[in-house]
Design a protein around this ligand. Structure first.
Ligand SMILES: Nc1ncnc2c1ncn2[C@@H]1O[C@H](COP(=O)(O)OP(=O)(O)OP(=O)(O)O)[C@@H](O)[C@H]1O
Length: 468
């Protein structure tokens, strides 16, 4: 039988949980203080712990690490007060299963409990997790495996997830994987690119509109929020969402209703939010460019995807699988891949990550024609140079960079990445001097997107631009 410990000082809430859980066939034990909870968990094993954060003798978060590490590894569901999403966020980072927010209705609590119960029962039956559907994600590196574990965790709860990482690292692919492994899998997954829509367009795109709601609204249109009902709404480039829209979306998420522009009635809606960004939203909050309350609401869990250059052998696996796929797609004989081709690829920095790699593979297939084996000469010239850099006589400027990096390190010779980072940092400083406070000019001069520029400035702790 599943055993549940309820830790809450409110007798009515305890009674409520006891009734709900006993109806679900669980055995319950109640503790009103942290000290009592500690005594119970020292003596007995529990499968699930419902933990209130505000307790008379301390904050529930203080005992989270002890609870997570109990021999029975219980699933912990946090009970937070109104507006205490921050507590839930910290709890997730400490390994909580899910959270429910007071005041709650039966529906709000029974779903996370049922899912935790189901998970526990399956765990007991098989002693292992249900295999994750990878949804086209390739890679076996340890860092990628950690991200997949996070996907599994995220898929088994209904909490909002923020996927972060450089451009092209697979944020949308991972968001889909969470959806496809979740209980919402049979319902729609609706992605929306917040960066590509103007402020006026984004409101009607998300919320929909009635016929005649504004000039040009010649027919009624259902918004993406309603299209995602029962499923997942993915807010890609969420850092680009205007402040006014953040406020409107926050209300939809809190009240679970949506009102199309020009509509009189509010419509009930049930969506899960997964967002993606490569901006530092915490810095944006400090600069008042992003709402703090909205950030807490959409970032109950966070999954950070590492750049391709840090994924070790994944690059080789992606190349082999994708070359096979491309050869089939273009109806070509299967192609072999030489070691030196892989080595040359691996010596590159891949600022555009997997998307950039896939473009290069497309180029290689086209340039190889009927050649049976891919070699370095089938790569675009820029990508071959990176490997040659090691072999060419060191130029004066390069020598300076190397000396400079060595001054600040104990190594005998600097890594290629350390030199690149030094160069990148110096380049950005010069770019900022040249472009002044003009963000658009900086993008034009450097030929990189605004999102990438911000990510780099953030990486090197360099000042951003104002609101221009
Ligand atoms: N691990 C992976 N295995 C195979 N393909 C991948 C992997 N990660 C990403 N891709 C592919 O790389 C491309 C870029 O991925 P995706 O659009 O998910 O990146 P992103 O991080 O959302 O990019 P951006 O920030 O620019 O929107 C897609 O074609 C995706 O299918």
């Amino acid at each position: 039988m599943i055993r549940v410990l309820i830790v809450d000082d409110d007798s009515k809430i305890c009674l409520f949980f006891e009734t709900v859980l006993e109806r679900m066939g669980c055995e319950t034990v109640t503790a009103k203080r942290i000290s009592e909870a500690k005594k119970f968990t020292a003596k007995e094993a529990f499968d699930i712990i419902l933990l209130d954060l505000e307790l008379p003798d301390g904050n529930g978060l203080d005992i989270m690490p002890d609870l997570v590490n109990l021999p029975s590894s219980p699933e912990i569901i946090i009970i937070t007060g109104t507006g205490d999403i921050r507590g839930a966020e910290i709890a997730f980072k400490n390994g909580a299963w899910d959270f429910v927010q007071k005041p709650f209705r039966l529906d709000d609590v029974s779903l996370p409990i049922q899912r935790a119960l189901q998970y526990r029962k399956e765990k007991m039956a098989s002693h292992r997790l249900i295999p994750l559907k990878r949804s086209r994600i390739i890679g076996e590196s340890q860092v990628l495996q950690q991200c997949l574990d996070e996907v599994g965790k995220a898929a088994s709860t209904d909490a909002s997830v923020m996927v972060t990482g450089e451009t092209g690292t697979g944020k949308e692919l991972f968001a889909r994987a969470i959806h496809e492994n979740s209980k919402r899998a049979s319902k729609p997954f609706v992605p929306v690119d917040c960066g590509s829509l103007t402020e006026t367009l984004i409101e009607s795109t998300l919320f929909g509109h009635e016929k005649g709601a504004f000039t040009g609204a010649s027919h009624k249109q259902e918004g993406l929020i309603l299209q995602a009902d029962g499923g997942t709404l993915m807010l890609d480039e969420v850092g680009e969402l205007p402040l006014s829209m953040q406020k409107a979306l926050l209300r939809t998420l809190q009240e679970r209703v949506v009102r199309p522009i020009g509509g009189r009635k509010e419509i009930k809606v049930d969506i899960r939010i997964i967002s993606a960004t490569n901006l530092s939203l915490d810095s944006m909050v400090k600069e008042k460019q992003f709402r703090e309350d909205f950030l807490y609401r959409i970032r109950a869990m966070e999954i950070h995807l590492p750049p391709l250059r840090d994924r070790g052998k994944d690059i080789e696996e992606i190349v082999l699988k994708k070359i096979h796929e491309l050869s089939k797609r273009y109806k070509l004989e299967a192609k072999a891949v030489s070691d030196e081709y892989i080595e040359t690829l691996a010596s590159n920095n891949w600022p555009g990550n997997i998307r950039e790699l896939l473009n290069v593979l497309d180029y290689s297939i086209a340039s190889a024609g009927n050649d049976p084996t891919l070699v370095s000469k089938h790569l675009p010239p820029d990508y071959r140079i990176s490997k040659l850099e090691f072999l060419l006589p060191v130029k004066k400027d390069t020598q300076q960079i190397i000396d400079n990096v060595l001054e600040n390190s104990d190594s005998e010779f600097p890594s290629l990445n350390a030199c690149r980072e030094k160069l990148e940092r110096d380049y950005l400083k010069r770019l900022l001097e040249k472009a002044g406070s003009n963000r658009k000019a900086a993008c034009r001069l450097s030929g990189i997107s605004q999102a990438r520029l911000y990510a780099l400035l953030n990486k090197y702790n360099l000042p951003g631009f104002g609101s221009n």
